[in-house]
Design a binder for this molecule. Structure first.
Ligand code: AQP
Length: 360
């Protein structure tokens, strides 16, 4: 079952329980048994173009067709050094940006992970069946510790808590960027281990990864992904950046000395990244863009990429400005309550299955 779906991405073929969005049959709102979507975001700073194109754009577009649950995963954010006051602010800020992007509390459940302690309980239970050999292979842990993030048990077991987030609500699909692929595999593995040992409680979830811009790369180092925690501000565009900043970032994006606009991830990673971004923002294929811009020169091409990004991001700032912190707190209070109502009975089934049902 693990290789039911194949996704060809950035020229490489991958095969791990991933649904190509176009292949997935959309369901109508009237379906009584709609599939459930769960995904999360760390409140670790400002949301960037990679987060948006890799994940949040799908979060918004899937709301009509699926039962959608979106979580600000503040327990995950505690795995790196953090300031408690800043974390509190960032939870609200992240929710505000998500609402501005179009996450709609009438159609989606939006809340923070720490509002529902069943996440942590299920993580403990799944942790008791997570082999060290599997966790030792996690590239995100290796990358983060190599970047200087202090290693701790929470960071090491991050994929187990992520599996708990997803399985707690019996989610079927998980819209994420490419960097989360390995964690989705762990989630599937833990669900199968649990089901084999205690009975079929969990659906085996699939990742839902966009075909274009699933891994938006840094503007200063096109070999690394765009990231909130990159010390270089020039490496990314934030969703709420001013127009002139966005133009400047794209104009100064690292490319190469050959002036031809061509898609080649290995020899022209900076241009390939810009082509994917433009393709994602315009809906045009990379081939079509190469046909138009191959001889245009990098300056003109970068201006066209900036125009496309600005057009895509234009609606968000006014919506963001119209939201108050009070509005956001109200959404999270309601979302947290609804999430607890859902999670409680689900977790009770888990407790019963594993033999700890009576102690509450
Ligand atoms: N560069 C990216 N391209 C495409 N998708 C991306 N995502 C992150 N970076 C890219 C997707 O965004 C969603 C939310 O990510 P997150 O905030 O929970 O954590 P992350 O993956 O660790 O993102 P960052 O920006 O790199 O944060 P830091 O620096 O704090 O670690 C996820 O679905 C992710 O796949």
């Amino acid at each position: 079952m693990l290789d039911r779906y194949a996704l060809s991405l950035r020229g490489r073929s991958r095969t791990v329980g991933i649904i190509v969005p176009d292949d997935h049959k959309e369901q109508t709102v009237s379906d009584t048994n709609r599939q459930r979507i769960f995904s999360g975001v760390q409140p670790t700073g400002n949301i960037h173009l990679g987060n948006y194109l890799g994940a949040f754009r799908n979060w918004v577009s899937l709301q009509d067709s699926f039962d959608t649950i979106y979580c600000i995963v503040d327990l995950h954010a505690m795995t790196a050094d953090y300031d408690p006051v800043a974390l509190e602010k960032s939870r609200i800020e992240t929710a505000k940006v998500l609402l501005a992007l179009g996450v709609d509390p009438d159609r989606s459940l939006l809340y923070t992970q720490s509002q529902v302690m069943e996440h942590a309980e299920l993580a403990w239970i799944l942790g008791t069946m997570a082999p060290m050999g599997v966790l030792n292979r996690m590239t995100q842990f290796k990358d983060k510790t190599a970047m200087g993030v202090a290693s701790n048990l929470g960071l090491y077991s991050y994929p187990v808590l992520m599996a708990a987030d997803i399985l707690l609500y019996r989610a079927n699909l998980v819209p994420v960027g490419e960097d989360q692929r390995q964690h989705i595999e762990v989630t599937r593995d833990l669900a199968e281990r649990f089901n084999n040992r205690f009975g079929d409680l969990f659906p085996i979830p699939d990742g839902y990864i966009p075909e274009t811009s699933a891994r938006v790369m840094s503007f200063t180092d096109p070999a690394s992904k765009m990231s909130k925690s990159d010390a270089k501000e020039k490496s990314r565009i934030l969703i709420l950046d001013d127009q002139d900043v966005i133009r400047k970032r794209i104009r100064s994006a690292v490319t190469d000395s050959d002036p031809e606009v061509r898609y080649d991830v290995d020899t022209k990673p900076g241009i390939a990244n810009l082509l994917e971004i433009m393709s994602a923002c315009t809906g045009r294929s990379v081939d079509d863009l190469v046909d138009e811009y191959s001889g245009a020169g990098y300056g003109a091409f970068k201006d066209a990429v900036a125009d496309a990004v600005l057009e895509e991001l234009a609606p968000f700032k006014p919506r963001y400005k119209a939201l108050t912190n009070g509005d956001v707190r109200a959404v999270l209070a309601e979302g947290g309550g609804r999430a607890r109502e859902l999670a409680g009975p689900y977790e009770a089934e888990v407790r019963k299955a594993v033999g700890i049902k009576g102690y509450r």
